[in-house]
Design a protein around this ligand. Structure first.
Ligand code: GAL
Length: 338
């Protein structure tokens, strides 16, 4: 082969290699919109999403800072800049129809996560899915934790039933009003306990917006009013439970030696798990961020045309919803998680 031919071959193979690597690095773009970066579980979920997407995706994150107007603007801008995949944690769940419509008019798809769209909005859409936790199961699992401690419904353990009236006096720390996890966790817990025969007296239930400080203030209100008549605390998440524990510990009501009543949460955040290990939080249910992020990735790969629907490998409810269940954690199995 003469010199010119060899040079030509070299140039050809080099340009082939360059164009192949350009193909490999061709990126899918997705933008992620979260309702509030100050929320402990959501901050963790955002990190997990970032870590879970394959390298051929570039993600851009936006914080709605509790404002649906701000989030709408972020979404409109992303669509204007040609984004075809929106991963949305709505501030206000009632916005699902307008987000679906905005995306549809730009030929884009939406994966909602954690804050569930209104059913009829999602079922009418062709371009949208939801991934979230399984709040009905979580409420039931909180109830099962209580069941283990209460024992026989006709003779509740005196360790819990402090006044011996064979009725569980409890309080609820609820998340945000109108949030699907607030509703389902609360009512499936109560329904489960009553369905298996326990007498349950709800001394109080109010909202603390998933927030540790608000949970602390609510516990102060409850304890001031009911004191040791409280026999159990059900919290819709770990942060509010931790706030309750802050109040009780700072006021000497809960100590290493004296736990006045069991408190259970949901999420299994690192602070929640630590409190289980330390014995202050009796138990929690894992809100499985890794499995939820994995589901978002699978749907993204389908919506970006990388895989077929039959290759997604997820179980759908009503064709468009994916609910991910998580395990119970108490001191008995905490070693597995921490
Ligand atoms: C729930 C979670 C809460 C909070 C909320 C935000 O699933 O348990 O801690 O993060 O989502 O929508």
């Amino acid at each position: 082969m003469n010199k010119t031919k060899r040079l030509l071959l070299y140039v050809l193979s080099l340009s082939l290699a360059i164009s192949m690597s350009a193909c490999k690095t061709q990126k899918h773009k997705a933008e992620v919109f979260i309702y509030n970066a100050q929320d402990t579980f959501i901050a963790k979920m955002a990190d997990t999403l970032q870590d879970s997407f394959p390298k051929n995706y570039s993600l851009k994150f936006h914080d709605g800072k509790l404002s649906q107007n701000a989030q709408n603007e972020q979404i409109v801008n992303a669509l204007k800049n040609g984004c075809k995949l929106l991963i949305v944690n709505m501030v206000d769940r009632l916005s699902s129809a307008s987000i679906i419509e905005k995306a549809k008019s730009e030929n884009a798809s939406v994966i909602f996560f954690n804050r569930e769209p209104i059913k009829k909005h999602l079922l009418n859409a062709k371009n949208a899915y939801y991934v979230g936790t399984s709040p009905v199961q979580e409420g039931q699992k909180q109830a099962m934790i209580a069941q283990n401690l209460l024992g026989d419904a006709d003779a509740i353990s005196p360790l819990i039933d402090k006044n011996g009236d064979n009725t569980l006096q409890c309080v609820f720390l609820q998340g945000e009003k109108d949030h699907q996890d607030t509703e389902h966790r609360t009512y499936s817990c109560i329904n489960y306990l009553t369905a298996i025969g326990y007498r349950v007296e709800i001394l109080a239930m109010d909202f603390a917006s998933w927030n540790r400080d608000e949970g602390k203030a609510l516990m102060e209100r409850y304890y001031t009013q009911f004191g040791d008549a409280i026999e159990f605390v059900f919290s819709n998440n770990d942060d509010m439970a931790l706030g309750a524990i802050d109040y009780l510990r700072e006021n000497g009501i809960m100590t290493n030696e004296n736990i006045p009543f069991p408190i259970v949460g949901v999420d299994g955040t690192k602070y929640g798990l630590q409190a289980v290990k330390d014995g202050y939080l009796y138990g929690t249910i894992v809100n499985d961020d890794a499995a939820q992020a994995d589901a978002v990735v699978r749907l993204s790969r389908y919506l970006s045309g990388e895989i077929k629907f039959s290759e997604i490998g997820l179980t759908f409810t009503s064709e468009r919803y994916i609910y991910i269940d998580g395990p119970v954690v108490t001191k008995d199995n905490i070693a597995k998680y921490i």
